[in-house]
Design a protein around this ligand. Structure first.
Ligand SMILES: [Ca+2]
Ligand SMILES: [Ca+2]
Ligand SMILES: [Ca+2]
Length: 275
């Protein structure tokens, strides 16, 4: 019985420590790309993978980035971006979902739709020149897969560039684990009109992120030049950065060991009872 109790205690303590462990926060806000680039670079360094992009937005096999700029015109404003574009067309292990009606990448100059979703006095690009938004919702969920497959994966870090954050507590990122438990939440820093905000979190105690929820402002983009309402803060997104998605692993060895020993204890007790 004593062995059983101490094992249970160990397992419980481990769970509590994991739940309370922190994430390193990387955030900044400024008037242009140069203002937030040092924070983006610090996030890159923390995650690893260097600064040279390989195929499918892979940086050294350690990190992925999506800057939207390579999306073809036919998948950009006024057309929708397929939610699985970055796991099928350009396999980077990221699939999106939203309570809204879909996703849109902004047009390049020279296309039929105006650039910057039609708001040149509110938005600017961090990486030229396409931006990203959910439609009819300010919520974008990012789900992770082993790139190019349907095998569920997790990541250890996620960062995003937010555009035109002007209202406090209205734009944030949230991380959820495999059990859909919230393990990290951080509000974006507020800037002035047309500003850029970087916001990222990096696990520092082995936490694994199964889903990232980005809340981008209060208002919504309906279509190019059309907002959900005339008043509230509208925010869109540019670069996504995240640690290479890795396959969801089996329960840790220690847990299996503990479960095995518990089973032995239970069997012994059962035998005793029979005897
Ligand atoms: Ca604005
Ligand atoms: Ca871009
Ligand atoms: Ca805004």
């Amino acid at each position: 019985m004593m062995i059983r109790k101490s094992l249970l205690t160990t397992v419980l303590l481990f769970s509590v420590n994991v739940a309370q462990a922190g994430f390193m926060v990387f955030d900044s806000v400024g008037a242009d790309a140069a203002a937030i680039t040092p924070t983006r670079d610090a996030f890159r360094t923390a995650v690893g993978g260097g600064i040279t992009a390989g195929a499918d937005g892979s940086f050294g096999g350690l990190r992925r980035e999506i800057n939207w700029d390579g999306v073809p015109d036919i998948r950009a404003d006024p057309n929708l971006l397929p939610a699985d574009f970055f796991n099928v067309n350009s396999p980077r292990g990221a699939v999106f979902s939203t309570p809204g009606t879909g996703f849109m990448v902004s047009a390049n100059s020279g296309q039929a739709s105006p650039t910057l979703f039609g708001y040149p006095n509110d938005f600017q690009a961090f990486s030229a020149q396409r931006l990203f938004t959910a439609l009819n919702s300010s919520i974008t969920d990012v789900h992770f897969f082993v790139p190019g497959t349907t095998i569920a994966a997790t990541t250890s870090a996620f960062g995003v560039v937010l555009v035109d954050v002007e209202t406090a507590l209205a734009s944030k990122i949230e991380f959820f684990d495999r059990n859909n438990a919230l393990i990290f939440s951080q509000n974006a820093l507020v800037g002035s009109n047309q500003g850029l905000s970087f916001l990222g979190g990096v696990a520092n105690a082995g936490e694994r992120i199964s889903r990232v929820r980005i809340t981008s402002g209060i208002n919504t983009i309906v279509s190019n030049g059309v907002l959900g309402n005339p008043n509230d803060d509208v925010v869109v997104m540019d670069d996504f950065l995240y640690a290479e998605p890795a396959q969801v692993s089996e329960p840790p060895t220690f847990a299996l060991l503990a479960l095995g020993l518990l089973a032995v204890c239970v069997r012994r007790r059962s035998r005793k009872a029979v005897a």
